[in-house]
Design a protein around this ligand. Structure first.
Ligand code: CP
Ligand code: NVA
Length: 307
């Protein structure tokens, strides 16, 4: 694998499967109380320019379980919030730390950080992509279904960072993908262009939620208003009405269809409380797997640096 994890588009399907295999191994070791085979004392800098619960706790716990240490840097409390260039931050952190995780707005900021950092950079969410989340999602689906290739994934809602990463992650491992979203909220053009190039599985996009859900083995959704879009909340509530995982949608899917939600969830908006609770075990397995999938990413990227 390369130096960084910036977006799933940069990885091959084989590299994604390798991460999932390492994630399964690290998860099994942790559950069995077996010490991981990883050099001690590595430091992860964690830059947060947006809020987080899962990403922060799973990365900080993950590096600790690998025998290292996490350092939390919020934009408001670090010099980043006072305008220090990301390129300078990259070169400074590279002198102290072994890896950087960043959650921010534009993907260009993450790419710039990685360009100037001599240590691995991991995207912990941008407006374009949420690769760590989708790696955890794929790990969860494989655990529950025993396979990935040949399954059908459906995503209902905003064509946002989650939709973008789901399309790429699922298609790279051979899953068919159907997206239901309003026309004005389609996924990123670069992602749609990618989907057109894939030949071993299918991609469809529609405004018809039931059509997209037909025959699905896993249905994803995400919030109608992502972080940074708070001012559009009222408009989005109108535009996304009906783009919801509910009993009718689940009835159109295959028997045993899973539900994935990256969380936090807004019951009564993108998912009903009943469907959420009926699939809570899957959704919280998915949340747990953030820890294991990210440990795998850190494990692979930091071990690569030692070669
Ligand atoms: N799913 C996810 O990334 O959660 P946080 O925003 O809490 O990190
Ligand atoms: N699409 C959401 C995901 C949160 C984990 C956001 O960007 O806010």
């Amino acid at each position: 694998m390369r130096k960084d994890l910036l977006k799933l588009l940069d990885l091959t399907g084989e590299e994604i499967i390798e991460i999932l295999d390492v994630a399964d191994k690290l998860k099994a070791e942790q559950k069995a109380g077996i010490k991981h085979d990883f050099p001690q004392g590595k430091t992860l800098a964690m830059i947060f320019e947006k809020n987080s619960t899962r990403t922060r706790v799973s990365f900080e716990t993950g590096i600790y379980q690998l025998g290292g240490h996490g350092i939390f840097l919020s934009s408001s409390e670090s010099q980043l919030g006072r305008g220090e260039p990301i390129a300078d931050t990259a070169r400074v952190l590279s002198r102290y730390c072994d890896c950087i995780m960043i959650r921010t707005f534009g993907q260009d900021r993450v790419e710039e950080l990685a360009k100037y950092a001599t240590i691995p950079v991991i995207n912990g969410l941008t407006d374009l992509a949420h690769p760590c989340q989708v790696l955890a999602d794929l790990q969860t689906i494989r655990e529950h279904k025993g396979k990935l290739a040949g399954l059908k994934a459906c995503y209902i809602g905003d064509g946002n960072n989650m939709a973008n990463s789901i399309i790429v992650g699922c298609m790279k491992v051979g899953m068919d993908v159907a997206i239901a979203c309003p026309k004005a909220y389609a996924p990123d053009k670069m992602i749609l262009d990618f989907a057109e190039t894939v030949t071993d599985c299918t991609f469809t996009m529609t405004e018809d939620v039931i059509e997209a859900a037909k025959g699905a083995d896993v249905i994803f959704t995400d919030v109608w208003s992502s972080m940074g879009m708070e001012s559009e909340k009222k408009q989005r509530e109108q535009d996304f009405a009906g783009y919801q995982i509910n009993a009718e949608v689940m009835a159109a899917a295959n028997e045993g269809c899973m539900v994935m939600h990256c969380l936090p969830a807004h019951r009564g908006e993108e998912i009903t409380a009943d469907v959420f609770e009926a699939h809570a075990d899957e959704i919280f397995d998915e949340a747990e797997n953030r820890l294991h999938a990210q440990k795998a990413v850190m494990y692979i990227l930091m071990k690569n640096m030692e070669k």
